[in-house]
Each structure stands twice: as C-alpha cells, then as structure tokens.
Design a protein around this ligand. Structure first.
Ligand code: FAD
Length: 496
C-alpha cells in the first residue's frame, strides 16, 4: 500500500512502548508525529530489571545523563551474571560482560589456556577477566584506560517502572503525545487489512498510518486483530511460569545478577538501590504452583515487601514481527525467558531495525520481508544461546534437568557445541548478540572442555606462553586495589 507514513501510533506504555516512543521520536524527528496510548488501569507487567551493555548505547543516543539515570531509576551496576548450580549442584560460574584475557592475532585467548592445561579447571579462565574480578570483589568504577585489555563493559539493574516514567518525560518533552485510555476496538481497512484506528472505551478514536504494538502479552494488534501466529519453542525452553516478588535490599549491593538453578527451573536475584528483585522461572509440567511458591519464598534473602505475582508465558516468537502496518515490539513480539536479560535489548534492536527500514513512503513487501528476516535471525540466535545453558548440564537430581540434557537441540546449536568440543573453535554468527566471549564462558561454565586447542597457540614456546599469561593476569588484576566498592560508587553518584 503506497501511503506516506506521517503518524505513528504506539499501543502500550510499558518499557517497550516508551523505548519505542523515545527512540523513534529522537531518530525520526519531525518526519512523523507519535501518539502513545496506555492504560494505567491495565498497568504494565512490572518485571524486567536486568539489562546488557548495549543499553548504554540506547541511553547515549537519547542524550540521557548517566548519573541522572542511575538516580532516577534506582539503578545499580551489572558486570555479569553468576550462574549457581547450573552445571552441578554446588558449582558456579560467571557469564561476564568482559573479555577473558587478551587474544593474539587470529587465535582466541582460551587456546593459550588450553595449551597450558588451564581449561581443565574452569576456575582459571575467569582469573583473566576484570569483570569477574570486580564482581567477586564487589568493586566498581569507570576505568579510564586507553588499553582495551582494561575495558570493563557494564550494564544496569534498574526499576523498569521508573525507567518507563523517565522515558515518558523525555518523550513528551520531544513532542510525543500520550493518551490515557483502554483500547476496546481496533478498526481495520476491509480491503488491505491495515489497521486504521484504535477506539477507546471513552469513544474517542486514535487514527494513524502505522502502528507499533507494545500491548505486552495481550498482543492486541499483531495477534488478536491480525492473527499473525506464534512459533512455539516450549519443547526446547520448557519453563512457562514465573513468580516475581520484591524483597528488602541487602546490606551489600551486588554488581551482578544471580541466577540460581533449582529442581525445575531457576531463580533470579537482582539488586537495586532500594530493593531486591526476585523471581522463580519454572516449568508447570515439572513443578506445581504451590511448590514453586514455597521454593521462592523460602529462598528469599530479605523479607518480601509485596505480594508475589504469577506470570504465565509461552516461549517463542511471532511468525512475523511486522505484519501489514503493525510492528510488534516487546512482549507482543515473542518471549524468551530472562536468563540472559535479553528482552529489553530486543526492544531496542527492534526499534533501531524499524528506523533503518522505516516505510516513509508506504509499507512495501521488501521492507517487511527484510525486517522479519532480521528479527527471526536475532531471536533464533538468542534462543540457541539460552538452550545451551539448559542442555549442557550434569545435574542429576531431577527429571527436568535430565530431560533438558537428553532433548534434541537445534542443528545450529549442536554444530556450535561439536566444533567447540573438538578444539575450542568458536565462531560468531553474523550479528549474533552474543560474542565468542559469551559462548566461551557459558560453554566452559556448563562443563564442556575442548579436546584440543588451535595450533596457532603453538606459535610461541611454552615458556613464552606462560610468561604472556602471567603478564596478562597481572595487568587484569592491577586496577583492583584502586577501585572503590560498588556501594561507595553508588553513594558517590547520589551525592553528585
Ligand atoms: P507491558 O509492560 O506489559 O506493557 C503493556 C502496555 O500495554 C501497558 O502500558 C498496558 O497498559 C498497555 N495495554 C495493554 N492492553 C491495553 C489496552 N487494551 N488498552 C490500552 N493499553 C493497553 N527483560 C529484561 O530485559 N530483563 C529482565 O530481567 C527481564 N525479566 C523478566 C522477567 C519476567 C518474569 C518476564 C515475564 C519478563 C521479563 N523481561 C525482562 C521482559 C520485560 O519485562 C519486557 O520485555 C518489558 O517489560 C516490556 O514489556 P512490554 O512493554 O512489552 O509489556
């Protein structure tokens, strides 16, 4: 349909709605007007507190001052995720945002470690990782070094409700119009099937040329109206329930997310400045709701400060994230459990993709097909990474973990595991959100030890290699003594 897009309507004011509004307005400027409809009565899902480093890019593009952001959203620093009991009961490892060691040309660092027999005991790997060292020691400050070996990428834990409020203020300042109201009816063109207007309970109609469905799990436009369909991945990612509950903050604020494996799922613990976010993700086929509730409540570190909330979900994605003149962003587009904190990032990348392919002169099949292709690849890659955590486990105490270990996995993932097992080779698929470093830490952490290393690691004598490793370890550990604690860093921010 050749129809100039002058007005975009966003349905929903959760994290997805307000990120979409702010980013689209910032990037598209006066080329389009934006109206966002949300209902305070319906509210938002109210979870989603852990992020990954690209959020810094989002905030930078939006011109957000970091200190103000940390204050307003009660944010803390996130350097890593600690996976506890995932490989076996009692074992833990980190998936940090940092790079382990320093890689010589064309040869990843871990091949040097393998040659020195250090990969057999996985604890060695992280001794070369500044993010891990700071996470374990509870330290943080921005390191101003020109040497990339001392890069310490970080993300945040934050109160998602406060972040949405923060972005709302920003969006409204830029000219986004917010409309409070419940959408009761959706008007569609008989011929094209394109959405034309949202009709509110008050009777008012919000018309638009293009619609972003940020209505959350309800998926009012992309599914209820357009019947787009859903690819179900619950045979791989079997958890389908979460119970979320906030608790009193701990005395010391961790600078990492905890992910604690349980009999039929896992528990998250996310430290914010004013409270701790907790939740249990589990499979209802393996665990009753009562049992899950008991498990979560008996494992809380602080006192619960609100009633627990039960959330049902189905892992998978819409067959098309862009259908007719509707793009689904956020939970309406699909769901991947929060194991690697990817959902908010998926919102960000969906909006960036839409900006790249924005149909200024009307929706056409080429743009839609390209958008859907890119979204599908992105979802698929993250899906494989999540399955890896579950599939490669040696836990013996439950059917859930045994079934995860024995299940059929996607060929793409099987290939990645096999090639790593053989001699530690890792390849980043095009645009995979997770770099080799992430795959490495989770593969090693879950217990895969490569049988051999790449021959490029033989390009120096063993004595030279050991001296190199020693030097890298010293460089990585050197800043530690000068860094303040994470809590002191946050206190300092609050005073600025
Ligand atoms: P919602 O927050 O549900 O917003 C939907 C909006 O649509 C609301 O404003 C609502 O009022 C509006 N709406 C719906 N129907 C109507 C109607 N009829 N009329 C008007 N308005 C309507 N992501 C992360 O990145 N990190 C995490 O740690 C993380 N943890 C999670 C834990 C769990 C258990 C779950 C389920 C998700 C988690 N997520 C996480 C995902 C994250 O919560 C979501 O991606 C994010 O909150 C975006 O949600 P949303 O805006 O799509 O939906």
């Amino acid at each position: 349909m050749s129809h100039t897009i002058k007005k975009v309507v966003i349905l929903g004011g959760g994290t997805a709605g307000w990120i979409s509004a702010a980013l689209l307005k910032k990037l598209l400027g006066s080329a389009v007007s934006i109206e966002l409809v949300e209902s305070e009565k319906i509210g938002t899902i109210g979870v989603g507190e852990a992020t990954i480093p690209p959020i810094q890019h989002l905030n930078n593009v939006l011109g957000i001052n970091e200190v103000e952001f940390i204050r307003e959203t009660k944010a803390t620093i996130k350097l890593a995720i600690k996976f506890e009991h995932w490989k076996t009961q009692g074992h833990s490892y980190y998936h940090s945002f940092g790079a382990v060691g320093k890689s010589p040309a064309f040869c990843h660092f871990h091949h040097l470690l393998k040659r020195d027999n250090q990969l057999e005991n996985d604890e060695h790997l992280w001794q070369y990782d500044l993010n891990y060292l700071c996470a374990e020691a509870g330290k943080f400050a921005k390191i101003n070094s020109k040497d990339p070996i001392l890069d310490m990428p970080y993300a945040y834990h934050f109160d998602a409700g406060l972040y949405a409020k923060f972005l709302r203020k920003l969006s409204e300042k830029m000219g986004v119009v917010r409309k409070e109201g419940i959408v009761e009816q959706v008007k569609q063109c008989n011929e094209s099937g394109f959405i034309q207007a949202l009709k509110l309970k008050s009777g008012q109609e919000i018309t638009g040329d293009f619609f972003i469905d940020c209505s959350g799990i309800a998926a009012l436009l992309i599914q209820k109206k357009l019947n787009t369909g859903y690819e179900d991945w619950s045979h791989w990612l079997r958890c389908d329930r979460a119970i979320a509950v906030p608790s009193e903050r701990a005395e010391t604020t961790l600078n990492y997310t905890r992910s604690i494996a349980h009999e039929s799922g896992w528990q998250w613990s996310i430290p914010l400045q004013h409270r701790n976010g907790n939740g249990l993700v589990y499979s209802s086929n393996y665990c009753s709701e009562d049992k899950a509730m008991d498990l979560l409540m008996s494992n809380l570190e602080g006192k619960a400060i609100a009633d627990p909330k039960i959330i049902k979900f189905q892992t998978g994605r819409r067959y098309k994230q862009w259908n007719k003149n509707v793009v689904a962003v956020g939970l309406s587009s699909g769901f991947l459990e929060p194991l690697e904190s990817t959902s908010i990032h998926l919102i960000q990348s969906a909006v960036v993709r839409l900006v790249h392919l924005f149909p200024h002169h009307g929706v056409n099949d080429t743009l839609v097909t390209e958008y859907n292709k890119q979204s599908a690849v992105e979802y698929d890659q993250i899906k494989d990474f999540l399955i890896l955590h579950y599939h490669v486990n040696q836990r013996e105490n439950s059917d859930f973990w045994r079934d995860m270990r024995n299940m059929d996995i996607p060929d793409s993932l099987r290939h990645k595991i096999e090639i790593f097992k053989e001699n530690g080779r890792l390849f980043r698929d095009q645009n995979d959100l997770f770099l080799e470093n992430s795959w490495l830490q989770v593969m090693i952490g879950q217990g895969i030890v490569p049988r051999d290393y790449h021959p490029l690691a033989n390009n120096m004598s063993l004595a030279q290699l050991q001296a190199t490793l020693k030097k890298i370890k010293e460089i990585k550990q050197e800043p530690m003594s000068k860094l303040p604690s994470h809590d002191d860093f946050l206190k300092h921010i609050m005073k600025i």
